[in-house]
Design a protein. Structure first.
Length: 314
């Protein structure tokens, strides 16, 4: 996009569904550009209505392939889809590392799909803050569904949980033993569980094991949970089980809206976003006031980190 565009004009274009404008706005917002605060305010106003689905699970389970299938399904229903591929272990944002995510990339030229990758380096205030910023842009662009996929290490289910409305946890038949060892965190945050690669042997056992493991999570005497996480089988490779999965996702979305849990989760998301905003500003304003004189005094042991830190925070 040539030249500089005034922030409000950029917002207007994003609201009209202009992908190039969204891409530019997203870069400004996540990189904390001077205009980012004005932009972020406007985008926040137009957000809050899309279903944000976090796709989590171990590397190789088929998250990317499944995400591609879900995009295809939603597009067949004429829904607009946003995809954020989050890679905490990479330093490249933009399109660079998307090259090998072919299942997703076949949708890259569809005007009803907006795909963006986010990496952690250079994100002032952390990746989580950047994800929130990106989500608000995608919602302003008119996305009905936003799929947030973790690529790379797969160690950050919890980070995804703090930004998503619905967590989809993907595993496979061959990961049966891993279910036993599955991090307690994953069991707790999952709203929908999928045994992908159902075309391979062991699907039924994996589904049964997962159901049993989830059942064990309910301690006796505990009130019946309003939402029982379903366990589904899919073959992202063959396209099997995708409409059932989409129905489960819709079911959870309806549950969130009916039960009030959706509003509670939105509030938690906002609390986290606010926390990161404050952290970012406080740290930056304090660090901006660190002078060479202060560092010199520290070398001479005239002051110490706690004393000077306290002063800088005042
Ligand atoms: P991710 O790391 O979780 O995103 O996994 P990918 O989507 O990159 O898939 C990892 C590998 O599993 C790739 O070679 C896929 O082609 C393959 N794969 C994905 N889904 C299926 C499936 O349903 N069945 C089989 N047999 N292979 C699959």
């Amino acid at each position: 996009m040539p030249g500089k565009i005034a922030p409000l004009e950029l917002v207007k274009r994003v609201r009209r569904g202009d992908h190039a404008a969204a891409s530019r706005a997203l870069t400004l917002v996540v990189n904390d550009a001077p205009s980012s605060e004005v932009l972020a305010k406007e985008f926040f106003k137009s957000s809050g209505s899309a279903q944000k689905v976090g796709v989590s699970g171990p590397p190789g389970a088929g998250k990317s392939t499944l995400t591609g299938r879900l995009i295809g399904y939603y597009r067949s229903k004429k829904l607009k889809v946003g995809v954020l591929m989050v890679d905490p272990s990479s330093s490249i944002s933009g399109g660079a590392f998307l090259g090998d995510r072919l299942r997703v990339m076949e949708h890259a030229t569809d005007s009803g799909v907006f795909i963006r990758s986010l990496a952690s380096r250079g994100m002032i205030g952390g990746l989580t803050y950047a994800i929130f910023g990106a989500i608000h842009v995608l919602e302003t662009l008119g996305c009905d569904k936003i799929l947030i996929e973790t690529v790379g290490t797969g160690q950050d289910e919890v980070e995804i949980a703090s930004v998503a409305d619905t967590i989809l946890y993907v595993t496979t038949p061959s990961m049966g033993d891993e279910i036993q060892a599955m991090k307690a965190g994953a069991m707790e945050i999952g709203d929908i569980f999928v045994v992908n690669k159902a075309d391979l042997a062991g699907k039924d056992k994996a589904v049964a094991d997962l159901k049993a493991a989830l059942g064990l999570g309910h301690s006796a005497g505990q009130a019946v949970k309003a939402w029982e996480p379903p366990v589904l089988a899919t073959s992202a490779k063959n396209g099997e089980g995708i409409s059932e999965l989409a129905s489960a996702l819709d079911g959870h979305w309806a549950h969130l809206r009916k039960s009030g849990e959706g509003r509670a989760r939105l509030k938690r998301q906002h609390a986290t976003e606010l926390q990161f905003w404050i952290q970012r500003r406080v740290i930056k304003s304090a660090l901006d006031r660190v002078t060479d004189k202060i560092l010199e005094d520290m070398v001479l042991r005239k002051t110490d980190p706690a004393s000077i830190g306290r002063k800088l925070l005042r």
